[in-house]
Design a protein around this ligand. Sequence first.
Ligand code: ACO
Length: 324
Amino acid sequence: MKVKIVGTGRCVPSNVVTNDMLSTFLDTSDQWIYSRTGIKQRYISTGESNSQLCIEAAKKALKNANLNGKDIDLIIVATITPDKVTPATACLVQSAIGASSAMAFDISAACSGFVYGINIASQFINSKAYNNALIIGGEVLSKILDWQDRSICVLFGDGAGAAILSRSEEDCIKSIECVSVGEKSDCLTCDGLELKNIYVPHQEEFSNNISMNGKEIFRFAVRVIENSIERILNENNLTFDDIDYVIPHQANSRIIEAVIKAKGYDKEKFYMNMSQYGNTSAASIPIALDELNKNGLLKEGMKLILIGFGGGLTYGSALINWKK
Ligand code: ACO
């Protein structure tokens, strides 16, 4: 599609929580967490809301793209932890950046949400309906974690990442595919609002925390990464040597290492930063993309593969020809 990424940004809460800090109130250890997940620390909100993180990430992406809020005509926030049921987080971002003529809405595709957002926005830009889209993955997952459950709460972190998409002369976003696997919906769940009304009283056991089948997700994720890379290489007549970076969702380093081992891929090409952030769901890919961009690691013409996978179950992948 004739669409390119022209700016990126990220924002995380100020509070850093190391594995050792978790072991002061949980029966866990840095050794267990790091060896099973690759995670060393994560950022956990002590007051920053999802929309505040998204707004800050958006402002940085606008600056990076040399654009103003009023240039943006489409805003999509991918999140499973919005501040409010309504208004959408995207509307709060719209107001804060002054994108007064934009269409703004949230999408829910868990850890695949950013790639889903890129897909939706690219279609609108490619069809000339809109010119500049702001896509944000933002999460405050710490509010849907059971902080007494060591098998879950050690895995996740809070944060937001943003990217701005604009029309381009060349095909810069290629082979984008987003797939949902609803029959596996019970592998990763978090209940929403409780049914509580004059006919149904509050249920004492009601909770809206994340629960998941970790081993099933692990197998699903390995399969998705392997198949997505092969699909993209085949569709574009490329070999893995032609790819500069793979940016997978940062759930767990062992998932990525399993793919590298099975396929014999060069580990250096798989960008990993979960040691610093933990799993930030929809935010993980745009945070990683922004780190690569701001650290000067992306050069014109580089080929990047983005791969998201998560609750739904959902997955999505795309080939990006980097051109700012
Ligand atoms: N500290 C110490 N021990 C722990 C911890 C912890 N934080 N968590 C679990 N354990 C214990 C368990 O109680 C269990 O003990 P037991 O054998 O005495 O019963 C033992 O460690 C093994 O538990 P498992 O759940 O079998 O651990 P496993 O090796 O499968 O690792 C993990 C769990 C890391 C979540 C793994 O399943 C995994 O990598 N899953 C991939 C999916 C994932 O990362 N999901 C994250 C979000 S989903 C997404 O983003 C798409």
